[in-house]
Ligand binder design. Structure first.
Ligand code: FAD
Length: 471
């Protein structure tokens, strides 16, 4: 008989438990991806992620064809499409990776009910999307860890499952129909420097990273100009790489750099287990600090009553931040990197999020939405919970820390090379002086045409401290 494997955020053939289980129990499989209308409708998929997804699906199809199979793609209502494909293939079993968001949990429930009504079975597989399944380690008296340190210790001790190889052969019944694959070429509005997706690309990047990058990760990862992080985040988001395999292979290197890298993979699992246990944290404060955030979007005030500030001035502040015109060079450089690549360095994400929430005192949801629109690795767990971390409404044990963009610039871009790369107006300014353009002679400033600071940092800090009741 035939089994169906529904791919979601796990677009690979290597180390794929649902595919392996389906092949072990059946003579043929239907590898299925549904372009889910509901995800389209909630506007979650920006053009950058759609383009990356198109690459991933094309590559998955090629890899399955190399093994004698192919990918079946459908579009529309997910449950209806799965039922139709299972009926066409006369398949009693569906295999699926467990997801963490409220939407993923709902999807599982709807599939389980629909399949039960049809007399079919759903098999949900853990440790596909994360290295350690959410809920596998918990502290006494709670369903999830709210503090990273103890989570990391437990996570490190539980050793993920063994890595599975890619199947040699995949037989797909001929008569099951597929829609055409989506094509990157049909999309508009992409960031010009967007990375390519797909398992082949992901594995090539991963191997290059193991060879050339990982061992020096610890010392270099915060250096903004160095491009010394793995840039594997979109591959982890779409599951073209398996986090279980990455943990095993990084640990096998046994270098301090590789250990630091594994710790970052644990951060990813950490945020996933928070979201799995508290799905509301995608839109509401995980911890309330009594904030009355400013927001140009009235919908946000539902979660943040009595938002302060006039809508117009907030909208202007937000636009300046989005377009990289705040007058703080390190903030603007990072925001422009996001526009250009659909990706931003982690240090940039931290300091731009701090600037929006704690200097401009704008609702973290406004920032999270902008990131979600553009980020090729835009991920509900990682994005929302990192935003909450920086806003101080999440799991950070120092919720009131504010990153000073001038000091951050001098520290993580000491020579100013990152700013000069992304802010061409300041290209002539040498060294660290680029972080304080307001100190340059006025004729020089007029020539550069770079904006004046949107507001004084001291004023932002006063506003934030008042808002948090810190005196
Ligand atoms: P590396 O430094 O090479 O790290 C390896 C991997 O570890 C990453 O690919 C990622 O999967 C994981 N990782 C690293 N840091 C974190 C972290 N702080 N939290 C969770 N996982 C981490 N990451 C996303 O994948 N998607 C997002 O939407 C996202 N939004 C963010 C928003 C804000 C405000 C902040 C501060 C961080 C966000 N991050 C997000 C986390 C982090 O910035 C990115 O994962 C990282 O910059 C990706 O680059 P890299 O692959 O080169 O990372």
């Amino acid at each position: 008989h035939t089994s169906v494997v529904l791919f979601t955020s796990d677009l690979r053939v290597h180390d794929h438990p649902p595919l392996r289980a389906a092949l072990a129990g059946a003579d043929a499989v239907v590898p299925l991806f549904v372009l889910d209308r509901a995800i389209e409708d909630i506007g979650f998929a920006g053009p950058n992620r759609k383009a990356f997804l198109a690459d991933c699906l094309a590559d998955l199809d090629r890899r399955l064809r190399d093994r004698g199979g192919r990918l079946v793609v459908r579009g529309g209502d997910l449950v209806e499409q799965v039922r139709a494909v299972m009926a066409e293939a006369d398949a009693p079993d569906l295999h699926l990776a467990a997801g963490v968001s409220r939407y993923a949990h709902d999807r599982e429930r709807r599939l389980r009910e629909a399949l039960a009504a049809d007399g079919r079975r759903l098999h949900v597989h853990d440790a596909v999307i994360t290295a350690v399944p959410p809920g596998e380690v918990t502290p006494a008296g709670s369903d999830h860890f709210a503090v990273f340190g103890p989570y990391f210790r437990r996570w490190s001790g539980c050793g993920p499952r063994a890595v599975l190889g890619a199947p040699r052969a995949v037989r797909v019944p001929d008569h099951v129909r597929s829609h055409p694959l989506p094509a990157r070429e049909d999309l508009t509005g992409l960031s010009p420097g967007l990375a390519r997706g797909g398992e082949s690309e992901g594995r090539a990047r991963w191997n290059a990273w193991l060879r050339d990058g990982i061992d020096r990760y610890g010392e270099r990862h915060d250096a903004l100009a160095d491009d010394a992080t793995s840039k594997l985040s979109p591959h982890l988001h779409f599951g073209t790489l398996s986090p279980v395999e990455l943990v095993h292979r990084a640990r096998a290197r046994a270098t301090p750099g590789a250990e630091d890298f594994v710790r970052q993979l644990c951060w990813r699992d950490f945020h996933h287990q928070v979201l799995a246990a508290r799905p509301r944290a995608a839109t509401a404060d995980y911890r309330t600090r009594g904030d009355r955030w400013r927001s140009p979007d009235p919908a946000d005030s539902a979660d943040s009553p009595d938002s302060a500030g006039s809508a117009d001035s907030v909208a202007e502040d937000v636009r300046a931040w989005q377009e990289g015109r705040t007058g703080y060079p390190i903030v603007d450089a990072a925001m422009r990197q996001l526009l250009h690549e659909g990706w931003m360095h982690n240090r940039g994400r931290l300091l731009t999020a701090s600037f929006l929430t704690k200097t401009l005192y704008v609702d973290w949801r406004v920032g999270a939405r902008h990131f979600q629109r553009l980020l090729v690795d835009g991920d509900l767990a990682n994005n929302q919970l990192n935003w909450q971390w920086m806003a101080g409404t999440g799991t950070d044990s120092r919720p009131n820390r504010v990153l000073n963009p001038v000091l951050q610039g001098k520290r993580y871009d000491p020579d100013g090379a990152y700013v000069r790369r992304w802010v061409p107006e300041l290209r002539e300014v040498r060294g660290a002086a680029v972080h304080e353009p307001w100190k340059l002679p006025s004729e020089e400033r007029a020539r550069h045409g770079y904006p004046e600071p949107l507001l004084e940092l001291a004023e932002g800090l006063r506003r934030f401290k008042r808002a948090r009741g810190l005196g």
